[in-house]
Every structure is written in structure tokens, then in C-alpha cells.
Write a protein that binds this ligand. Structure first.
Ligand SMILES: C[S@@+](CC[C@H](N)C(=O)[O-])C[C@H]1O[C@@H](n2cnc3c(N)ncnc32)[C@H](O)[C@@H]1O
Length: 465
């Protein structure tokens, strides 16, 4: 028996990872305090349990789980890296007599639905859309971690529990829509714990995404989900602030977006942007596929081209001095990228971390047909197939609404990433077009208007004060 502790084996394995393989197989090993918190989410039981660890690395997650489980429990750990598989064996042998380490890809192992506890910190890698075959047909996944989680959930016995350490990205956006719907239909969502700081918990692993713990179980949905919206990766999780919330209060819309907090009650009387007849689309010009139409100068019959560089606070300026072409030639007319003249609200799809607001909205009134770069979203009152400009006052009012603090806070609770998705925006609570027009009468869309004035005017208009 080795004299090294499970944490020592993990630390030594982390220090000796080959950079190429680490990248290729996404080897980010869970530090001991996070492993303890993850394993603590399983319901204690006096009965022996069957434990499964998918992509086990040094084996830390299943070893900690086995250590907390009753005598007679067993572990199956699957790890495709031979060196890490040996580390898993060494870790697990210290805490459990019945251990099987399988040195293969999890996708090459046939697993029965027989496990009481499944624990995993899977690779977080984007993949081209792939359908994973399930008992009820299939589920489309776009990331390896979703593929691992589908496999994990399928391996659960009835009443079994699964704890996963994954990024927060599955909770919103289009890419994880199918996965979200599938998971919520197959099991009970029991615990969500979102780590508030990005760097703290995987300090030696250089992980920049927002990471969370999720616990699901193979049983009908429990009455309340336990939510730790600002978890800290130290000490016991139980003692940290948390809420018990009905799942319904966390879910939004047909796309089943999952929030980490209940919505601010001041927003509960508003319908969603989509329900108010507003549609969010993504700019149609992908510049590197349309290099031949970009132009530094205005040409006869050409069109102005807007990038995020043209956003200047709440207003839009064109042309601007920057290293991007400000026009397209009339060749663009045949490429379905030109939008009709009129009023819009432009929203940047990629905000910078240091930016004060996640949502950066700017009012645009164009007297001519124009083109929007693909890194911008634009709000109009048409459909996914047809762009119809907004009434001018509604466009102004919407820009003010999207620039408010309450909406910024709302968006942060929906999305942990700096990307601003059209799908999420469509679910955003929004006043009616008439109310937006009234808002635009109360306040000019101008960069001289400060945040306090925007927030106070909105508060007064909706009698929140
Ligand atoms: C993010 S690391 C986590 C390791 C370990 N579970 C932990 O928490 O420390 C993911 C692990 O999955 C392994 N892995 C990646 N793809 C795999 C696959 N298809 N089958 C099995 N293991 C895989 C990697 O080698 C790596 O050890």
C-alpha cells in the first residue's frame, strides 16, 4: 500500500501532466477541498453503494466518495490516460477493497444503469454537434462535458445520485438547449452550487470559466432545489448561504433556461421581450466570408457597415476611425445581409470582463439600408425570417431599459459568461412598446445621462420607489 495521501497523489499528478496531453484531454484535476464539497452532496446512507467515476484522473473524486461511504461499497473508475489510470488505482486502493479501474475512453465502455453514485469532473471541450443515443432516442450535445453527463445519468440506478463539476454554460443559451431539456426530463435537479470566483478553486489549473457543482438524482423532481449562488471552494458547503427554491421559479421559457436566483419580484409583472413582439437577431455579416464586399470608402449604392466599434455608449456613430471597413459595396445586396432602414437597438454579443455592464445596448437610426457585423445582436419587431424596424420611440426606450442596472443584474443571474446570447435576451422581462415609448419621452438617449438617472426614471415610471 502506498503511503501517499489521495491529495498528494492528485497534486503530484497535476504537477507532472504533459502540457500537450493536458490540452488534448482536458486534464484539469480537482483540488481536494472541491472534491470534498462535491462528495458531500451525496445523501449519506448506511448501505454499501456502487460508485462510478467518469474520466477519473488521479481518482480523487471517487476516492473521497468511497471514503465517505459504507464498508462494502465498490468503485468503477474510467480514465483513458494510462498514467492517470494508475494514479486512480493507487488512490482508490487506499479507501476501498472493491475497485475496478478501466483504462479506456468512457465511450468505449458499456455501462449498465446500475450505479448508486456517479461523480465526475469531465473534460470541458467544444465538439461538433453529436447525437448521443439514449433509451428514449437521442440527445444532441455540443460539448464533451454534456456527453459525459448524459453517459453518467444513463448509468444511474433508480434513485441513484450524480454529482458533476462542470462549467455554468449549460444553464442558458442555444447550444445546451437539447441537453438541458433532456436532463430536466430524466432526473430531479437537486443542488446547484456556483463558485463565485473563477480563479480561486482551480488555482493551479488555470481555469477561467465559471465552474459549478450540480447534483441530480434518478427520481421524480424534488420539491425544492438547493441553490448556492455564491459558493466558496473552502470549508463545508452546508454552512454556506443557500436558498431552497422550487425548480419552477428557476426555469425560464420554452428553452428551459435555468437561473441561479429567483427573479427580482419587480420584474415579475413584465412579459418577455419575445412576448412583447420584439425579436433579437444576430448581425448577418461574417466578415471573413465576405471580404470582397468590405470597403474603406462609401461607394454609390453601397451600405454603411456597423461593428461594435460603432457603438459609443447608448448611441451609435458612423463612420468611425478604426481598423475595420465602414462600408460594404452593392455586391452585398445579393447576400441577404442588408437590413431595412429604420430604428433599432444594437447589443454587443461579446462584453469584456472589465466592462461595467454585461449588456451594451446602443440606439441606431439609419436612414438607409445597412449591414450589421455578426458580433452584434439587433432588436427589431419582426421574426427570425423577417427584419422589421422598431418604432423610433420604442427603440430609444428599449436602449434605456437595456442600460438599466436591474436588467444588468437580471442578465448576470441568467448567464455566467461574457457572451450575450440572442436566446437569453428574448426571455428578458420587458415593458410593452407603449411603455418603452413613454420611457423615451422621459429621458434622452444620450451619453450625458448617467446610470442613476436611468435607474431613477425607470423606478418612477413603474412606481418601484
Ligand atoms: C477535467 S479532468 C478531471 C479528472 C478527475 N476527474 C478530477 O476531478 O481530478 C478530465 C479527465 O478525463 C480524462 N478523459 C478525457 N476524455 C476521456 C474519455 N473519453 N474517456 C475517459 N477519460 C477521459 C482526462 O484524461 C482527464 O483525466
Amino acid at each position: 500500500m502506498t503511503s501517499k495521501t489521495i491529495a498528494q497523489i492528485r497534486n503530484e499528478a497535476a504537477a507532472s501532466l504533459s502540457p500537450e496531453r493536458q490540452q488534448q484531454w482536458e486534464q484539469f484535476l480537482t483540488p481536494a477541498p472541491v472534491a470534498e464539497q462535491a462528495a458531500s452532496l451525496f445523501t449519506p446512507t448506511c448501505n454499501p453503494v456502487r460508485i462510478l467515476d467518469l474520466g477519473s484522473g488521479s481518482g480523487i473524486l471517487s476516492a473521497v466518495t468511497a471514503k465517505r461511504s459504507s464498508h462494502g461499497s465498490s468503485v468503477v473508475a474510467i480514465e483513458q490516460d494510462p498514467a492517470l489510470a494508475a494514479d486512480s488505482e493507487a488512490s482508490l486502493r487506499q479507501v476501498c477493497d472493491d475497485v475496478e479501474v478501466i483504462n479506456k475512453s468512457i465511450f468505449d465502455v458499456l455501462l449498465e444503469s446500475s450505479f448508486d453514485r456517479v461523480i465526475l469532473n469531465p473534460p470541458y471541450k467544444k465538439i461538433s454537434p453529436t447525437v448521443i443515443v439514449t433509451s428514449g432516442g437521442g440527445v444532441k450535445v455540443t460539448n464533451l462535458y454534456a456527453a459525459f453527463l448524459v453517459t453518467a445519468i444513463q448509468a444511474l440506478a433508480s434513485g441513484g445520485e450524480c454529482v458533476a463539476i462542470i462549467p455554468r454554460s449549460w444553464m442558458n443559451g442555444d447550444y445546451f438547449k437539447d441537453f438541458r431539456k433532456w436532463m430536466l426530463s430524466k432526473c430531479s435537479l437537486d443542488v446547484l452550487a456556483v463558485y463565485e470566483s473563477r480563479q480561486e478553486h482551480f488555482k493551479d489549473m488555470n481555469i477561467l470559466q465559471e465552474i459549478m457543482l450540480v447534483k441530480v438524482s434518478k427520481q421524480p423532481q424534488t420539491k425544492k432545489v438547493t441553490v448556492y449562488a455564491d459558493a466558496m471552494p473552502v470549508g463545508s458547503l452546508e454552512r454556506q448561504p443557500h436558498e431552497s427554491v422550487a425548480l419552477k421559479a428557476l426555469l425560464m421559457g420554452r428553452d428551459r433556461i435555468v437561473r441561479v436566483r429567483q427573479q427580482d419580484p419587480r420584474l415579475s409583472n413584465f412579459r418577455t421581450m419575445a412576448d412583447q413582439g420584439l425579436w433579437v437577431s444576430t448581425g448577418k455579416l461574417v466578415w471573413f466570408r465576405n471580404r470582397d464586399v468590405l470597403s474603406d470608402v462609401e461607394e454609390p449604392d453601397g451600405h454603411p457597415l456597423y461593428w461594435s466599434d460603432n457603438q459609443d455608449g447608448m448611441v451609435t456613430v458612423h463612420p468611425v476611425e478604426c481598423d475595420r471597413e465602414q462600408w460594404v459595396t452593392n455586391k452585398a445586396d445579393s447576400r441577404k445581409v442588408v437590413l431595412p432602414a429604420g430604428s433599432y437597438c444594437l447589443v454587443n454579443r461579446f462584453s469584456a470582463k472589465e466592462q461595467r455592464h454585461r449588456i451594451y445596448a446602443s440606439y441606431l437610426r439609419s436612414g438607409v439600408g445597412f449591414v450589421a457585423d455578426n458580433k452584434l445582436n439587433y432588436v427589431h419587431q419582426g421574426t427570425s425570417r423577417q427584419t422589421v424596424p422598431l418604432d423610433d420611440k420604442a427603440a430609444r426606450g428599449l436602449t434605456l431599459w437595456l442600460s438599466s442596472s436591474i436588467i444588468d443584474e437580471w442578465y448576470r443571474q441568467v448567464s455566467g459568461s461574457t457572451q450575450v446570447n440572442a436566446t437569453d435576451l428574448r426571455q428578458m422581462p420587458c415593458p410593452t412598446k407603449n411603455q418603452l415609448a413613454t420611457l423615451s419621452d422621459l429621458l434622452p438617449v444620450s451619453n450625458d445621462v448617467g446610470q442613476d438617472r436611468i435607474d431613477e426614471t425607470i423606478e418612477r415610471l413603474f412606481s418601484w420607489a
